[in-house]
Design a protein around this ligand. Structure first.
Ligand code: ZN
Length: 267
């Protein structure tokens, strides 16, 4: 059974479908950007669209995913392995690539265009997180750091669901020797996911998550490759940097810890 589907121009995962949870991975469709390389749902400034266009796209995406755009919290991502706690009072955090919260109504968002977005939910304890795992963040363990930050807030590794969203697939992620060298230095166990000059970022993050105590049956991996699926996603690599940016969001809606219904955890 396919755990992933598209609703309102937004990729969803059934494992996160719950009346208490807002979530979605944006696609490039359903927006107002008209530049050939940002057409049409570019969600970040500085990519060629006017600020007004980006603001309208964010408003549209928020309506597709079902949240108030004023509730969105993001980070000025720096390819780090740093996690911040979002209390809802700050809209943009510096120096981090992952966000965690236990506050209902706070919508966490990470930006991607080939990098791996991961959304987390502990539905039993009412804690969510989102991380941006580029290859540097991946090999430096940002996914595991995010799980640890959730646990410090009261999450349980055994009830935490991790959803790996659309990112560049092994098919298109060609790497050179300097990449292999960096992996060897940072986390040699991940070298097994580099072969034939290609790296498998999804498999790396899945491995990091299992090593961090997340149950394999609670990990969901979107099969899409952002570089292959030109009609559906922006891709930094395919578009040689001239591209829009996607947003990947998760948040709690009026959540009561221990309340029901909890999201389905069955594989
Ligand atoms: Zn591909």
């Amino acid at each position: 059974m396919n755990e992933f589907y598209v609703k309102n121009n937004t990729v969803r995962c059934r494992a996160l479908d719950s009346e208490n949870v807002i979530h979605g991975f944006s696609t490039r469709n359903g927006g107002v950007s008209e530049l050939p390389y940002t057409k049409s749902l570019n969600l970040c400034r500085g990519r060629g669209d006017s600020d007004g266009t980006v603001d309208e796209n964010r408003r549209l995406f928020a309506s597709y995913a079902g949240f108030d755009p004023a509730a969105l919290v993001t980070a000025n991502q720096i390819h780090s392995a740093n996690v911040v706690y979002a209390d809802g009072k700050t809209a943009v955090y510096d120096g981090a690539d992952a966000l965690v919260t236990d506050k209902p109504g706070v919508i966490l968002g990470v930006k991607t265009a080939d990098c791996q977005p991961v959304l987390f939910l502990d539905g039993k304890n009412g804690i969510v997180a989102a991380c941006h795992a580029g290859w540097r963040g991946t090999v430096n363990g940002i996914a595991a750091n995010t799980v640890d930050a959730m646990v410090r807030l009261g999450a349980d590794r055994k009830t935490t669901v991790a959803v790996l969203g659309p990112c560049i697939g092994k098919c298109c992620f060609e790497v050179k020797d300097d990449f292999t060298k960096s992996v060897r230095e940072a986390d040699p166990e991940l070298l097994r996911f580099v072969s034939d000059g290609h790296a498998d970022i999804k498999a790396m993050n899945e491995y990091v998550l299992i090593r961090a105590g997340i149950l394999k049956g609670n990990i969901y991996v979107c099969p899409d490759c952002t570089c292959c699926a030109e009609d559906k996603y922006y891709s930094h690599r395919r578009q040689k940097g001239l591209r829009g940016t996607m947003l990947n969001v998760i948040g709690l809606r009026g959540f009561i810890a221990g309340g029901s219904p909890t999201p389905q955890n069955s594989p």
